[in-house]
Ligand binder design. Sequence first.
Ligand SMILES: [Fe+2]
Ligand SMILES: [Fe+2]
Length: 282
Amino acid sequence: MRQPVTEEQAPLQGDTLVARANAIVRAPATADKVALAYETAKAWFQRRLALGSPSREGGMPDRPGRPDRPVLLAPRDMPKRALGGEAGRIALLHSLAHIELNAVDLTWDLIGRFAHVRLPRSYYDDWVRVGLEEAKHFSLLEARLADLRAAYGDLPAHDGLWQAAQDTGHDLAARLAVIPLVLEARGLDITPSMIAKAESLGDEATARILAIIYRDEKTHVAFGAKWFRFLCDRTGTRPEPRFHDLVRTHFKGTLKPPFNDRARSEAGLTPGFYRPLARLVG
Ligand SMILES: [Fe+2]
Ligand SMILES: [Fe+2]
């Protein structure tokens, strides 16, 4: 006999994943972004949310909602400091928290902005999981800052990351090429040495958080590679040359070696994707 549907399982009428993604990106308070991301992921995986559509729910904002602090500066205006000790540790955690907050907005923007593209449900399952994990990463770093009697907002932060979203807002393949496959893959290159540094300083708590982020980010790059290949398959294009074209068009920086070839390969990002760009772009 079929079980009666409880209130906890009932579909949320009129509420959609796209509308929630929009609300997360627009929310100014970081606590609201995080809480909404957790609630939305739960409702999505309970299969209580319809997908919705960007045309019905209104477009994604050009810029995400942000708290009054930190002050956002152009990357060239960021203070250059080589800090040691406690101040250096706080500066590093603060900059990582800022990157993770951008990752929260970028992921939910990806979910909401491209919902007019025909994609399987498993695509949304993957990116909702990423959106949840980015919120978790921000919360872990915020809690570590609090351990050190500091908070997100205490220091200035740079405003360059959202630019990548604006530049690729019209093209899902371009967005996947630049965000997971260039920027998040870069995280795989540099995080192991940050973990080793934290351990060498006896900062086990920070090392543990970085290890969680590293493990999760491998999955994020893997999802990027999987769905980038999916889009290429659908249009009969070869993934590697397409990737090179998109990165040259939409990514202003350089792809800097040394690369973490092993972690990148485990995520499905084989050297044919990035090695030619290290020479051509760099
Ligand atoms: Fe993250
Ligand atoms: Fe990520």
